[in-house]
Write a protein that binds this ligand. Structure first.
Ligand SMILES: Nc1ncnc2c1ncn2[C@@H]1O[C@H](COP(=O)(O)OP(=O)(O)OP(=O)(O)O)[C@@H](O)[C@H]1O
Length: 582
């Protein structure tokens, strides 16, 4: 345990600050939920209000029923019922009971419609958030994406989203309970203003105490978000390095850090459960004391029996919604950091294109880089680079590790924007709509030739592709032999990240997928290094023979991979030397 060295006044100020920022966060969350609901929010609000009013009317009807049973009935009510031909006490009681049952039946129907509508709103809210998170990723700049931790995304899309869904549920539940409580409080005030006023004051005091702890609860939620993130990081490192760790007998390192992160999660969850249970216990104690006080005071104030009985019923019914509000608020404050983490993704990944220019494909012609510079954070990168790549040329890019080969390729692909200088294709500068249009002309194959868990056909994005075009592309890369050897041919599942295939087979399929896009620029970034030398030579020969031939950029360290190049770009110290190989 750590001692808080701050003076008490500073602690109170910090608590107020924490509560205010937590309330502001709660308001942001509520606004986001309302915005996602759109016009459906009005239907939901109407159903919630109707449910609360029907609950209130049902309670009010209890007064004449109890009056009829206990003291022969209220004069005005009896006269009104006699006016419609019901003069016997049993007849009047039967009518009032029938009205009560009808009201409760109507209330049940409204509550059913309300609950379905609210569940729909919650589900849509989380769906919107998930889709927006993926849209944010898809529209982000590559330079920002490269900095993003994968574990953060996994944690955000799984654990945080689940907690946001739970928070939405708590917000809705709490709001419904608050409305119910308001209606019940109004009835209690009508039945016995002084007594009910006292009880409401006690409740308000409990509410203030609860809000005063909001900052601390939210802080606990924030720590849980951080602990979940380190759990995901642990899982990611374990999965990424599992094979090497198994081979080296070094799995303990991973399992220990994973277990430590898991312990962190458990500690925060238990701390929250302890805090909620303490406030629930305090709340139950206060409710029991308030009920005892009310009954004692009612006897002293000689409140009439039917009113007292109804008051007791009303107060008893106020207890569950009050408890729901208490639990919902606590869980909400605990869950808010997850929502903030989801929102922060949009701030960390601003949209790439600020221009809303229409997408247009740059015309045919050379790719020209004119005094292009790009520095990564930490200042490594490329300086004032000028080079021209002719259409259909096979261009090799060489240089030591870290020389900037991938940076150059990313600039030419439009993934990175030059910080100074310009890049043009066919004379059109690669910005805005032209940059977006250029992407549709590119086939990009990175070293790991990314495949996802699906069939070969799915991975080639070959649905609807004419069979002869598919067969040509497969033959060009030698993937036809790979497919022929698979148990279900094109319909064979390749496993997670293509784990059922060899590195070279994955690369052949990845190049086939790029070719099926009929690219004007084919980028092979160490994309053939897992294929045997003879096999690579055959693939490169077939690519060189393509008609029409795309401009082919080959980043490679192996001399054999570069033997067909028309032009070489040698990178060193952020500068480039362009030469024609002899
Ligand atoms: N996102 C980034 N943030 C900061 N620095 C980066 C980033 N990406 C690359 N760098 C740095 O920029 C330099 C060039 O990197 P780049 O990946 O372009 O080199 P490369 O020539 O492709 O290297 P390799 O052959 O090892 O793949 C390196 O010093 C690298 O550390």
């Amino acid at each position: 345990m750590t001692l808080d060295a701050r003076p008490p006044s500073a602690r109170v100020d910090a608590m107020k600050d924490g509560s205010m920022t937590s309330l502001a966060a709660l308001a942001r969350f509520a606004r986001a939920l309302l915005a996602s609901a759109g016009p459906r929010a009005r239907t939901a609000a109407a159903l919630v209000a109707a449910g609360a009013v029907l609950e209130g009317v049902g309670l009010v009807v209890l007064v004449p029923i109890l009056a009829l049973i206990v003291s022969g009935g209220n004069e005005a009510v009896r006269a009104a019922l006699a006016g419609v031909g019901l003069s016997s006490q049993s007849g009047q009681l039967a009518l009032l009971l029938a009205a009560f049952v009808a009201l409760m039946a109507l209330r049940s129907l409204v509550l059913h419609a309300r609950d379905v509508t609210l569940a729909d709103l919650q589900a849509r809210f989380v769906e919107d958030l998930r889709i927006r998170a993926i849209d944010t990723l898809a529209a982000a700049r590559w330079s920002d994406l490269a900095r993003l931790q994968h574990a953060r995304l996994t944690s955000l899309l799984a654990a945080d989203m689940q907690r946001v869904a739970a928070s939405a549920q708590y917000l809705v539940q709490g709001t419904v309970a608050a409305l119910m409580l308001l209606v019940q409080a109004a009835i209690a005030l009508w039945l016995a203003p002084v007594l009910a006023g006292g009880v409401l004051l006690l409740m308000a005091a409990a509410g203030v105490l609860l809000l005063a702890r909001a900052g601390r609860t939210r802080d606990l939620g924030g720590r849980l978000v951080a602990a979940n993130l380190s759990l995901m990081q642990g899982a990611g490192s374990l999965l990424g390095g599992l094979k090497a760790a198994l081979a080296e007998g070094d799995t303990d390192r991973f399992t220990q850090s994973f277990a430590a992160a898991q312990r962190g999660i458990r500690d925060h969850q238990v701390a929250f459960a302890r805090a909620s249970s303490a406030s629930r216990t305090g709340f139950a104690f206060a409710a029991a004391a308030a009920a005892a006080l009310v009954i004692a005071a009612a006897v002293l104030l000689a409140v009439p029996a039917p009113a007292l009985l109804t008051l007791v019923v009303v107060l008893a019914r106020m207890n569950p919604p009050a408890q729901v509000i208490q639990a919902s608020l606590q869980n909400l404050f605990f869950g808010l950091p997850s929502f903030e983490s989801v929102r922060a993704l949009g701030d960390d990944l601003p949209t790439a294109e600020t221009e809303s220019a229409p997408v247009r494909t740059p015309p045919a012609g050379p790719i020209v880089l004119d005094h292009v510079s790009f520095a990564h954070p930490g200042s490594a990168g490329l300086r004032a680079l000028s080079v021209t790549l002719a259409p259909g040329a096979i261009v090799g890019i060489v240089g030591a590790s870290g020389a900037g080969k991938t940076t150059l390729v990313d600039l030419i692909a439009g993934l990175l924007l030059p910080q100074s200088g310009v890049i043009t294709v066919g004379g059109v500068q690669l910005t805005g709509g032209a940059r977006a249009g250029w992407r549709s002309q590119i086939g990009y194959v990175p070293q790991d030739g990314y495949l996802f868990h699906g069939t070969v056909r799915d991975n080639l994005a070959a649905a609807g592709c004419p069979p002869d075009v598919l067969a040509d592309a497969l033959a060009t890369t030698g993937a036809d032999a790979v497919v022929a050897a698979l148990p279900a041919g094109l319909d064979t599942l390749v496993g997670d990240r293509g784990s059922r295939l060899s590195g070279g087979e994955r690369q052949r399929l990845a190049i086939t997928r790029a070719l099926l896009r009929r690219p004007r620029l084919l980028i092979l970034d160490e994309a053939t290094n897992a294929i045997d030398v003879a096999g690579e030579a055959a693939v490169l020969d077939a690519l060189a023979a393509l008609v029409p031939r795309p401009t082919i950029l080959i980043v490679a360290h192996r001399r054999e991979s570069l033997s067909r190049c028309d032009q070489m770009l040698a990178l060193a110290d952020g500068s480039v030397t362009s030469y024609i190989p002899s």
